[in-house]
Design a protein around this ligand. Structure first.
Ligand SMILES: [Ca+2]
Ligand SMILES: [Ca+2]
Ligand SMILES: [Ca+2]
Ligand SMILES: [Ca+2]
Length: 309
C-alpha cells in the first residue's frame, strides 16, 4: 500500500485565468490525524483539520458494507472500491478561523467559522482498506490456539481462533476447564479431559465418552448442556460430564457465537479526483493514487453469528 501525502496539486484555471496559466497549490495534510464522525448510518465521514492554516479536508462516502469488518472472519485485509458522486465527495475548505471536529459531525454544518474558500470533488475513485486481527474470547490467545489460523475443529466454518465453542458442543471453550501456563500455552496436566481419552474437553464433543454427544445431553433443550443435572446421586455433576447419564435429545442448532476484530486500521486511497471551487471556475485534477489518510481510532468490532449446523 502506498503511503503518499495528499497532495501537491496543480490548479488549471479556466475562464477567469488567461489561457495557459497554471497555478501550483498544495493540499498538504500529511501531518494531520485522520478523524471520523460516527453518527451517520451508511455514510462514513472522515476528515483532517490543519489548525495552522484554518483548513480542512473531508471525505464522505456511502456503502452498505461495514468497513469495520475486514471480511469473512479469516482474511484480515479487505479492499473496498467505491466511487464518489453527489453527497459522496471530498471537500477542501479554508475558514476565517479553525473549526473543531464538531463542525463535521453535525448534520447541518454550523454557520461559523466562515468558509473563505472551498473546493469539492464529486467524482473520483476511492479504495478503503480494512485491516485488523480477528479473535474470539475463549481465553486462549490465537497464536497458541492455532498458529495457522486454519483449523476448524467442529467444522462450523468458524476457525478455532474465532470460535468461542471450538468443539461445537454448545459448551463454550471458556467453560471447558482450560488451564494456561504463565506463557499462555495450554497446561496439559491441568486442562480438563473428563473421559481421559487424550482429547481435552474443549476439543471433545463427547466429553464423558458415554456415546451421547455433549450437544445432545441438553434435556431442557436450551442450547446449554451445562445446566442439565438429572443424576440424583450427583446433583452437581452436569449430565454431559456424567457417563452414568445417557439421556439424549436431538439438538440441531448451535448457540449464538461472538467474535471480534481488534487493532482495526482503515486506510483510504483516492484517485482521479476533480475539484471545483464555489463558482466552478477553477478545477484541480489529480489522477494519481494517493493516501487520503489512515484511521486507527476504531474500537474493536463485535460480530455475532449462529453458525449453520
Ligand atoms: Ca469452528
Ligand atoms: Ca476458539
Ligand atoms: Ca467438549
Ligand atoms: Ca453423560
Amino acid at each position: 500500500m502506498k503511503n503518499l501525502l495528499f497532495a501537491i496539486i496543480t490548479i488549471i484555471c479556466f475562464a477567469s485565468c488567461d489561457d495557459g496559466d497554471i497555478i501550483v497549490t498544495s493540499f498538504d495534510f500529511e501531518q494531520q490525524t485522520l478523524e471520523r464522525c460516527s453518527d451517520f448510518d451508511t455514510q462514513y465521514v472522515f476528515f483532517k483539520i490543519n489548525p495552522e492554516n484554518n483548513e480542512t479536508i473531508a471525505i464522505a462516502f456511502t456503502t452498505s458494507n461495514d468497513i469495520f469488518d475486514a471480511g469473512d472472519g479469516e482474511n484480515e485485509v479487505r479492499e473496498l472500491e467505491l466511487q464518489l458522486s453527489g453527497n459522496d465527495n471530498i471537500t477542501y475548505r479554508r475558514f476565517d478561523e479553525s473549526p473543531t471536529s464538531d463542525y463535521f459531525c453535525n448534520p447541518i454544518p454550523p454557520a461559523t467559522p466562515i468558509v473563505i474558500e472551498e473546493f469539492i470533488s464529486t467524482s473520483g475513485d476511492i479504495t478503503v482498506f480494512t485491516e485488523g486481527t480477528y479473535a474470539d474470547s475463549d481465553g486462549i490467545a490465537s497464536e497458541i490456539e492455532d498458529p495457522t489460523g486454519l483449523i476448524d475443529t467442529d467444522g462450523d466454518s468458524l476457525p478455532d481462533i474465532i470460535d468461542f465453542d471450538d468443539d461445537g458442543d454448545n459448551v463454550p471453550t471458556g467453560q471447558e476447564g482450560v488451564v494456561l501456563n504463565d506463557d499462555g500455552t495450554i497446561n496439559t496436566e491441568l486442562t480438563r479431559d473428563t473421559d481421559g481419552d487424550g482429547i481435552f474437553d474443549y476439543l471433545d464433543n463427547d466429553d464423558d465418552n458415554d456415546g451421547v454427544l455433549t450437544i445432545d445431553e441438553d434435556t431442557n433443550m436450551d442450547l446449554n448442556p451445562a445446566n442439565d443435572n438429572s443424576d440424583p446421586d450427583n446433583e452437581n455433576l452436569d449430565d454431559y460430564l456424567n457417563p452414568a447419564i445417557t439421556t439424549s435429545v436431538n439438538t440441531e442448532t448451535y448457540r449464538l457465537h461472538t467474535y471480534f476484530l481488534n487493532n482495526i486500521i482503515i486506510t483510504i486511497d483516492t484517485q482521479n479526483l476533480d475539484f471545483r471551487n464555489q463558482n466552478g471556475e477553477e478545477v484541480i485534477r489529480d489522477i494519481r493514487t494517493v493516501t487520503f489518510g489512515t484511521f486507527t481510532g476504531a474500537p474493536p468490532a463485535t460480530f455475532t453469528i449462529t453458525p449453520m449446523f
